[in-house]
Design a protein around this ligand. Structure first.
Ligand code: AHR
Length: 503
């Protein structure tokens, strides 16, 4: 691995851009800024869409592609490395059109259905038993997304019983006959998805009443109410007013789109304007978290109900001929992930889970596959860099950094997060959002740091099957000098470092 030192970074950036580095100042305290960063904030989302499951994760036990009971070994191994604390499945919009009974029993007898939202046919080859096996291979908690849009409450309750009953009930016996003796643990159960849209086009009042009805029969799991995804404060208000007692968490969906929902924008080959608009959109998640938290605080001042951002990430145009929701993933996506993590760290009082959309081959994914080939994305490496933040306690920190403009978009040049890791180390994440200028961050710290930096040769640098190492982390270190510890951030970069002693 290459090692980037402060002097090298600043010299290279100044020569390349002919510009002096941006000067910033960071002061970190030892005071906690909130409760711990739940590891589940680094959660994932798997939907039956495009090649997100079939091909991307599941190839079947008969496949020549190395697999364990059907799940590809290359992807499982990569995911285990970053750690998957929780996975949401089977949708998304797919969930509200899914009958769990289609996915159990003899695979040869399972019905084939239309995938109403994402096109093509759903073989149901991957159902409950297969997904639970995948979760066990990864060591992940499961977050089952239940159907409130098109199945009765009894179906949801029976699915939960089928998975979790440890008695002589008919459903538990059926599960045993289908090959699983021990019950599974289902820690989280979603009561519908996007009930404002694909989950049933319900008014807030109707959804709240439906939620209460369904949740009544799902008390053995953490009950997650589908919340906002279109900037609708009123829905959240109504849900909190009418249903707070029947929920343990409420969701927010937040996608970052460079242009608009008709023409999203391209995943690569974009200009500095699209870079800036995408990062601006990503930073905008904080406003939604603030707005939802304020409503939740009114109805739930004790903060019993958590906020789960159970779909987030970038959404670009799908290239012609690609599978549904497929998109390339560039350095820009890694920065979107990093600034989003930093926002989550600043809101640990409510944000207890987040699930990036989605795991493989769909939207902002960890990996892309093509037959036997797999490549890890810059977003994967952002998750990798941020591993020390899982379970860490966020610390109060003050950053003074100038803003920069691209057209009419203003962005901070630098964004940071500081925390005390579970091992006692100080961990810092710093993002330089400027696409061309390095940043020099002076700090009040006076010990050496080591860690990694993620950057690339261009804003849209990305990994391909032919060049899988175009965007990979490099070692990063810095030692305190006469002015204390100064961190040199390359242009368009994410740096995560750790320090043994706080000062
Ligand atoms: O992640 C893709 C889709 O986005 C999900 O199915 C849906 O919940 C959201 O609109």
């Amino acid at each position: 691995m290459k090692t980037l030192t402060a002097a090298l970074i600043l010299a290279a950036a100044a020569t390349a851009a002919g510009a002096q580095p941006i000067e910033a100042r960071l002061d970190v305290t030892q005071d906690a800024a909130g409760p711990r960063i739940e590891p589940t904030v680094y959660g994932h989302f798997v939907e039956h869409a495009g090649t997100g499951v079939y091909g991307g994760l599941w190839v079947g036990p008969e496949s020549a592609i190395p697999n364990t009971r059907g799940w590809r070994n290359d992807v499982v191994q990569a995911l285990k490395h970053i750690g998957v604390p929780v996975m949401r499945w089977p949708g998304g919009c797919f969930a509200d059109d899914y009958d769990w009974r289609d996915g159990i029993g003899d695979p040869a007898q399972r019905p084939v259905r239309r995938n109403r939202w994402w096109g093509g046919l759903e073989s149901n080859r991957v159902g409950t038993h297969e997904f639970m096996d995948f979760a066990e291979q990864l060591g992940s908690e499961v977050y089952i997304s239940g159907n409130m849009g098109s199945m009765p409450p009894r179906a949801a309750a029976q699915w939960l019983d089928y998975m979790t009953a440890d008695d002589a009930s008919t459903l538990a016996q059926e599960r045993r006959r289908n090959g699983r003796d021990k019950p599974w643990k289902v820690k989280y159960f979603g009561v519908g998805n996007e009930s404002f849209g694909c989950g049933g086009n319900m008014s807030p009042e109707h959804q709240a009443d439906m939620h209460n009805q369904y949740a009544t029969f799902l008390w053995s799991s953490t009950r997650v109410a589908s919340g906002d995804g279109e900037g609708d404060d009123r829905r959240v208000e109504v849900l909190m007013q009418r249903s707070a007692k029947q929920m343990d968490a409420l969701t927010l969906h937040y996608y970052s789109v460079p242009d608009n929902w008709t023409k999203h924008g391209d995943a690569t080959g974009f200009d500095a304007g699209a870079w800036a608009r995408t990062l601006k959109a990503a930073l905008g998640i904080e406003k939604r978290i603030d707005a939802l938290s304020a409503i939740m605080d009114k109805h739930d001042p004790a903060k019993r109900v958590a906020l789960y951002v159970d779909e987030w990430g970038t959404w670009y145009d799908t290239p012609a001929g690609a599978s549904a929701l497929w998109q390339q993933n560039s350095l820009r996506d890694a920065l979107v992930a990093a600034v989003t993590f930093n926002v989550f760290h600043a809101h640990t009082d409510r944000v207890k889970m987040a699930n990036i959309a989605q795991m493989v081959n769909v939207l902002q994914s960890m990996a892309l596959t093509d037959g036997p080939r797999m490549v890890l994305t810059p977003t994967y490496y952002a998750f990798d860099l941020y591993r020390p933040f899982k379970g860490a306690t966020p610390l109060k920190a003050t950053l003074q950094a100038p803003a920069f403009r691209t057209g009419d978009v203003e962005l901070p040049t630098v964004q940071v997060s500081a925390a005390r890791g579970t091992d006692g180390k100080l961990v810092l994440a710093l993002v330089n959002l400027h696409p061309e200028r390095a940043a020099r961050v002076a700090t009040n710290l006076s010990a050496a740091v080591t860690g990694r930096v993620l950057t690339g040769a261009a804003m849209d640098a990305h990994n391909t099957f032919e060049q899988p190492q175009a965007v990979v982390p490099a070692a990063f270190s810095a030692k305190p000098g006469s002015q204390g510890l100064v961190l040199a951030l390359p242009p368009r970069s994410v740096v995560v470092v750790e320090m043994q002693a706080p000062r």
